[in-house]
Design a protein around this ligand. Structure first.
Ligand code: ZN
Length: 85
């Protein structure tokens, strides 16, 4: 549902990092280049974290009645008592 929300800051950091590294390369500015590369690494870590999180999210079962996360072995929702089958 809010899975797409986490992507925005990661994309912003990646685009900013690429732009900073690019202009650092053109302007021969090592500080700008270094900071750009740093931002790209942070962005890639964010991509890794999000893809890992979204994989885990698939395995989490939710109650169709109240959207409460339930264990896969549960037969009844712990929150609303909806019968899970
Ligand atoms: Zn429920």
């Amino acid at each position: 549902m809010n899975q797409g929300l986490g992507w925005l800051p990661v994309i912003v950091v990646l685009v900013l990092g690429i732009a900073m590294a690019w202009s650092g390369t053109n302007g021969n500015n090592m500080w700008l280049l270094g900071f750009g590369v740093f931002e790209i690494i942070i962005g890639l870590l964010g991509v890794y974290a999000i893809s890992k999180r979204s994989r885990q999210k698939v395995e989490i079962k939710r109650c169709p009645e109240c959207d409460e996360p339930v264990a896969s072995g549960d037969e009844l929702c712990p929150k609303c008592g909806f019968k899970l089958s």
